[in-house]
Design a binder for this molecule. Sequence first.
Ligand code: NAD
Ligand code: MG
Length: 377
Amino acid sequence: MPRGVAVLGSTGSIGTTALRVIARHPDRFRVSALTAYNNAPLLGEQVRELSPGFVGIVNGNGKQSSQGWITGVGCLVDAAELPGTDIVLNAIVGAAGLDATMAALRAGKRVALANKETLVLAGDIVMAAARQGGGEIVPIDSEHSAILQCIAGRSRADIRRVILTASGGPFRGWSTQQLADVTVDDALRHPTWQMGRKITVDSATLANKALEVIEAHFLFDLPYERIEVIVHPQSVVHSMVEFVDGSVIAQLGAPSMELPVLYALTHPDRIEDDAVARFDPIARSPLTFEPVAQDEFPALRLGYRAAVAGGAAPAVFNAANEVAVAHFLEGKLRFPQIPQAIESALDELGGMSSNTRDDLLLADSRARAHVEAGFGR
Ligand code: NAD
Ligand code: MG
C-alpha cells in the first residue's frame, strides 16, 4: 500500500517540488491531502490531477467550501490528523506551520519538515511532542538532510561538530555601504537556489542560516558551540559532519531540493530516482569555502545570540524576522533594517518567558507588534 502524504503548502516552491517527486513513485506514495493559503487556481489544478481525499484552503471563502474544500486555519491540523495520512510534508512558510507539525507528531506520524520556523519558534515543545507521541521529524532543509545522511546512524557522542554551508546569497562580498540601498529585486536574485520569496530574502541577510543553526540544535540535540557555519558559494556540499576521530563526512549533490524531499520521504532507505539531478564533480568544480562576513551580515550573529540565550529569544528572532522581511518585500523597510528590527526585538523581548506554547506565542505576537510599530525608530 502506498503511504499517504499530506502536502501542506502544496502551492509553494517546496510543495510543488514535493508533488513532482511523489508523482514519480505512485507505488510508494500517494497524496492524501493538499492545503494552501490562498492560491485557489493552482490548488484547483493540483486537486484535478491528484484527487486527494482532503483539500484545505486557509484563506478560503464560502465559494470554495462549496467545492468540498475545508476553509480556515483549522484545515492544517485536520489534514495532519487524517487517518489516511502517514507522512505530513510541512512546506508552509513561517510560524503558521506549528500546530500541524505538533498534531502530526502527537499522532505518531512522520513530519517531513521544510517549515524550519516551527522549530525555531518552539523547538523544545515540538521535540517533546515527538517523544511523547512517537512521531519523528525528518528534515527537508538541504543542510539538515545532509547532516542526517552523514551521521547515518552514528550516535551524537561520535560527533565533534557540524558545519552548515551557506551559499552567501546574492550579496556575498558586498560592503555594508553597498548593502544600504539594495532593492527587493536584487535580494530576490539568488545565485544558486530557486525558492519562495521569504526564504530567498532570508538567504540574502543570512537570517536563514541563523534559523538553520537553531534547527540543527533541536534536530540533532547538539550544543551551539558544536554548530558552525561557513560560506560555500557553489551550494554543492550541502553540509559536513566532523567526528571525534577527526574524520569529516560531507554530503554532495546538485543544488536541487528534489533529493532532500525524496530522502525525507524514504529515510532511512534510498530508492531509485533517475529524474533527480545528477552531480558532476568536474562541471561543478572548483568547490570553494570562505568564512562568513559577520560584520556585513549581522543576522547570523543575532541568531547565535538568540540561540544561546534560549527561552523565548529564538521565537522573538523568528517573529521579528518574519515581519521585517514582509515589510522589506512591501518596500516599507530597507535591507539593513531587517537585522536592526531583529536586534531591537531581542533587546526588548528576548527575555520573555517560554514555559508553554502560549508563552511562546505571546512572545511571537509581541515581537511582531514591536516590528509593526516601527521597533522604536
Ligand atoms: P513558498 O512561499 O513558495 O510557499 C509557501 C507555502 O505555504 C504556499 O503553499 C502557501 O500557500 C503556504 N502558506 C503561506 N502562508 C501560510 C499560512 N499562514 N498558513 C498556511 N499556509 C500558508 O515557500 P517555500 O520556499 O516553499 O518555503 C516553504 C518552507 O520551506 C519555508 O519554511 C522555507 O524556509 C523552507 N525551505 C524552503 C526551501 C526552498 O528551496 N524553497 C529550502 C529549504 C527550506
Ligand atoms: Mg537550507
